[in-house]
Design a protein around this ligand. Structure first.
Ligand code: G3I
Length: 324
């Protein structure tokens, strides 16, 4: 019964979790589990722009600094999440842009300064950054999402963001990250083409993050391995960054089996991909998972139950890691 991080280390794979910092600070068994089972951590919320700079010019580094310091103590890597995302932006920013008080030129300066400040603050302490999160739309013809960044900085905003981040910490691996790209589909292919173009232009894009928020209503992404392989052949790192597997409650033996299989398909895809560096779950216990709050009637999406006891999904991850 070896911890996930120990089993992952045998394959040189970081096994990570999103960390909820309020749970971390009030729940000792939760905190212990973060330390013992994981070799990488991602802030579930505290590195997002709204959390870091709730008031313009006033930074709230406390919770993120704590996570980074404890990760260092625990021998864990930090995956930085996220520099630019159209959600969880500070109110001062969105309302300033909406009212026209912040014009396009000023927004460009603000975004550049944000990236420089945050990446600079954590320089040398964050292994990799999700530089832009969820930049593409869903559906049959994915295009760059119509965010305030795209609207005001132009369609090269992603290349600009990657360059600014690279200048602030040249050793950090720079990722794009998105959901619904775990298998070969229109959206993952859009990313593949986009990554090829950016890298041909020598834009510092080093990795692709596949969130892996699965839902048992939809087919298991059995071709995840093929999907990761094409990014690997571009010379990029790959990672599963936010894995969970939700279903409609109550569970039953079929759903349990489906969940075990779903976690394993993604983990195996990563193990089969030479430069797949990390397999991260978006919360490890049903006690604090984001899923029930966002999807009515769904839940039980993580490897440990609400009492922090291992479920079959956790045993499956152990077994798959043990096989390497
Ligand atoms: O911090 C405030 C708190 O001050 C307030 O009192 C409370 C009342 O609603 O809300 C708190 O903020 C919540 C925050 O989580 C911290 O708990 C937000 O309402 C809530 O919307 C937010 O949800 C997060 C969500 O991103 C926001 O879009 C989830 O915890 C987080 O798991 C989720 O993570 C995202 C990834 O970043 C990107 N990929 C998808 C993934 C799941 O949605």
């Amino acid at each position: 019964d070896l911890p996930l991080r120990v089993l992952g280390a045998r394959s040189d794979l970081l096994v990570g979790t999103a960390v909820d910092m309020s749970a971390y600070n009030q729940d000792t068994p939760y905190r212990e589990r973060v330390r013992t089972d994981f070799s990488a951590v991602t802030a579930e919320n505290v590195m997002k722009w709204s959390e870091l700079e709730p008031t313009r010019g006033q930074f709230n580094w406390g919770p993120a600094d704590q996570l980074v310091a404890e990760a260092r103590r625990n021998g864990q890597q930090v995956h930085g999440h996220t520099l630019l995302w159209h959600n969880q932006l500070p109110e001062w920013l969105t309302s300033g842009v909406a009212s026209g008080e912040i014009d396009s030129a000023e927004l460009r300066d603000i975004v550049r300064d944000h990236i420089r400040t945050v990446v600079g603050h954590f320089k040398g302490k964050v292994r990799a950054w999700d530089v832009v999160n969820e930049a593409f739309t869903d559906g049959a013809n994915p295009v760059l999402r119509d965010t305030i960044f795209r609207q005001h900085l132009g369609e090269n905003y992603i290349a600009d963001a990657l360059r600014w981040a690279n200048q602030a910490d040249p050793r950090a691996k720079l990722f794009l990250n998105d959901y619904a790209i775990d298998n070969v589909n229109a959206k993952s292919t859009a990313y593949f083409e986009y990554a090829k173009t950016l890298r041909a232009q020598r834009v510092p894009l080093h990795g692709m993050g596949f969130q892996g928020h699965l839902d048992l209503q939809y087919p298991i992404p059995i071709d995840a391995n093929e999907n990761l392989a094409r990014f690997d052949r571009l010379g990029m790192e790959t990672a599963f960054t936010e894995v969970d597997v939700r279903y409609f409650l109550p569970g039953d033996t079929y759903k349990t089996a489906g969940q075990v299989g779903s976690f394993n398909v993604l983990l195996q895809a990563c193990l089969l991909t030479p430069k797949c560096v990390m397999f991260t779950v978006w919360g490890f216990t049903d006690k604090y998972s984001w899923v029930p709050g966002f999807f009515d009637g769904q839940g039980e999406a993580t490897p440990l139950d609400a009492n922090l006891q291992p479920k079959p999904a956790y045993r499956g991850l152990q077994q798959t890691l043990a096989l390497g």
